[in-house]
Design a binder for this molecule. Structure first.
Ligand code: PAF
Length: 273
């Protein structure tokens, strides 16, 4: 694996996985998927200040450079790009707005977050010019916004979604999990339990109450939202929405956690599923 500090060292046409480092098995699964797609796999590590609401959260974001290099090399990355702040954000760089989908759910709770995400992804795409890019379903709203961004401004880049990787007890892998204490780590499984409960519901109303029932049992988890949305436009789903997904987010002792799960098949026709 070659480590590069400038995108000018990369040829165009790669399969690209942008990251903020603190790499884990979830990232490894994206790299492995990329390796199956092409021989030229570029991963970037850039902790993007623009997508953090405050400097405390930015400072607390885990940084594990040595482990990251090891994991990337072992998982099929051929070029690891460690951009500088000035390469990504030269003077007067164009800022991109996330638009309406970016205003709800995570967007409403983390003001400016998605503008920061789409701006950095747009800069990364301009610099790398990949053939395709892979993003995890774990950040489902981010994925929707990046698909929209590509549709609007980078039609030549194929956006691939990769499934969420979970621990054996169901907790979705996230770089933020390392900030959980041992007991909070156990409590965090409430999100997975709530999603499974939602999947059992016979219609949206019963899925929503099932999720809320699970969260009520665990007051330590400060729920921000638990909703069922239309995957295609992030509007609140109705019983006739074909592609529904439950999305949840909340706080556990100062650590923000999110998760989501497809509710399938759709609840249409007499609530049968
Ligand atoms: O999902 C992430 O790690 C980040 O939001 C991304 C897409 C690399 C942009 O900084």
């Amino acid at each position: 694996m070659k480590i590069v500090t400038s995108a000018s060292e990369l040829d165009e046409g790669c399969t690209f996985i942008p990251t903020m480092g603190a790499l884990h098995a979830g990232h490894a699964s994206l790299f492995q998927l990329a390796k199956r797609k092409s021989d030229f796999v570029v991963a970037s590590i850039f902790v993007n200040p623009m997508q953090f609401e405050n400097s405390i959260d930015l400072d607390l974001y885990p940084r594990t450079p040595d482990q990251d290099i090891e994991l990337a090399a072992a998982s099929g990355v051929t070029h690891l790009w460690l951009p500088t702040q000035s390469e990504i954000y030269p003077e007067n760089f164009p800022k991109v707005s996330a638009g309406p989908i970016g205003e709800n759910f995570e967007g409403a709770n983390r003001i400016g977050h998605f503008d920061g995400v789409v701006t950095v992804v747009s800069r990364l795409f301009q610099l790398v010019r990949p053939a395709r890019a892979i993003f995890g379903e774990k950040d489902f709203q981010q994925l929707a916004l990046i698909k929209e961004l590509a549709q609007r401004s980078f039609k030549e880049i194929e956006i691939l979604a990769a499934p969420t990787i979970r621990e054996s007890d169901g907790l979705a892998l996230s770089s933020r999990n390392v900030r959980l204490s041992q007991s909070d780590r156990t409590t965090a499984v409430v999100m997975y339990r709530a999603l499974l409960a939602a999947k059992e519901g016979k219609d949206i109303a019963s899925s929503l109450s099932a999720m809320h029932r699970v969260f009520k049992e665990i007051p330590a988890f400060k729920l921000d939202y638990a909703q069922i949305i239309d995957e295609d436009n992030f509007a609140i789903a109705t019983d006739s929405t074909p592609n529904q997904r439950a999305i949840i987010a909340g706080w556990l002792n100062g650590v923000r956690l999110i998760d989501n799960m497809q509710m399938s098949p759709a609840l249409i026709s007499a609530g049968a599923r």
